[in-house]
Write a protein that binds this ligand. Structure first.
Ligand SMILES: NC(=O)c1ccc[n+]([C@@H]2O[C@H](COP(=O)([O-])OP(=O)(O)OC[C@H]3O[C@@H](n4cnc5c(N)ncnc54)[C@H](O)[C@@H]3O)[C@@H](O)[C@H]2O)c1
Length: 252
């Protein structure tokens, strides 16, 4: 991974930060794209002199294109793109109490999660793919989730994006394989980061109870999977979704 140019969206915090650190430890030049400027600058400062932070909203196509153009101008190439940025806005499709509609997922929350978790992955991959094709290869890694494979209560929008990411991963593996570009996804189980702050403790405890290894994932567990899939040791793996979930069974 020495001197490889590695882009991590949402790399300011959580799994993205652990991933940025994992690649930087191996000598990669890591570039973070994130909306959180303070945390992004702080993380980039821990990644060594070749690292950089860019304030980028992955849902904004113009910002993404300007980011990739700048990175290519400065670093000359992109070896790995980790599409990690993601958000949650949970809510039930419809919530009924005493025979009457008591709430529902808002259209705004549906659209927002789609724009970041699904369209953001599309935007970044579409901007980076021509760079990888011209240079003769590269690796695109996408953040999905066990809930994208199994579904989950209260997560219509989020699950739609995470299942969609698995689908896009398979499409791009077919479309880009001929150019030496590999595309894979990682499906973390419940992992100890800020994203879980909005989730009730009861649900988190229930998830632990359904995990054979008996704990939440650590960001480093997921970072190690990205690192493996980006490495030459995964040279014959493409179109795959790797679960990193302690064996969790997502229930009703
Ligand atoms: N933590 C988990 O349990 C878990 C499980 C499965 C999948 N995932 C997925 O892993 C990824 C990372 O999750 P996390 O737990 O580290 O989340 P997190 O909330 O800790 O960090 C997400 C990062 O993404 C950034 N971000 C949010 N919106 C953005 C945007 N529009 N453009 C650029 N950056 C943006 C945030 O500023 C933050 O730095 C997400 O895609 C998430 O869906 C997480």
């Amino acid at each position: 991974m020495k001197d490889k140019v590695v882009l991590v969206t949402g790399g300011a915090a959580g799994i993205g930060k652990a991933t940025a650190l994992r690649f930087a430890e191996a000598g990669a030049k890591v570039i973070i794209g994130d909306v959180n400027e303070t945390a992004g600058q702080e993380t980039a400062a821990q990644l060594g002199p070749d690292a950089a932070f860019y304030k980028v909203n992955v849902a904004d196509r113009q910002e993404v294109q300007a980011w990739i153009d700048d990175v290519v101008g400065r670093y000359g190439r992109v070896d790995v793109l980790v599409n990690n940025a993601g958000i949650l806005r949970d809510g039930q499709l419809v919530k009924f109490k005493e025979g009457a509609l008591a709430g529902q997922m808002s259209e705004a929350d549906f659209d927002l999660v789609i724009s970041v978790n699904l369209k953001g992955v599309f935007n970044c991959s579409q901007a980076v793919a021509p760079v990888m094709i011209k240079q003769g290869g590269g690796v695109i890694l996408n953040a999905t989730s066990v809930v994208g494979l199994d579904g989950n209560f209260g997560q219509t929008n989020y699950v739609a994006t995470k299942s969609g990411v698995i689908g896009m991963t398979k499409v791009w593996a077919r479309e880009l394989g001929r150019y030496g570009v590999r595309v894979n996804a990682v499906a973390p189980g419940f992992t100890a980061t800020e994203i879980l702050a909005s989730m009730p403790q009861k649900i988190i405890d229930g998830m632990k109870a359904r995990t054979p290894l008996g704990r939440l994932g650590e960001p480093r567990d997921i970072a190690n999977a990205y690192f493996f899939l980006a490495s030459d040791e995964a040279a014959f793996i493409t179109g795959e979704t790797l679960r990193v979930d302690g064996g969790i069974v997502v229930g009703t």
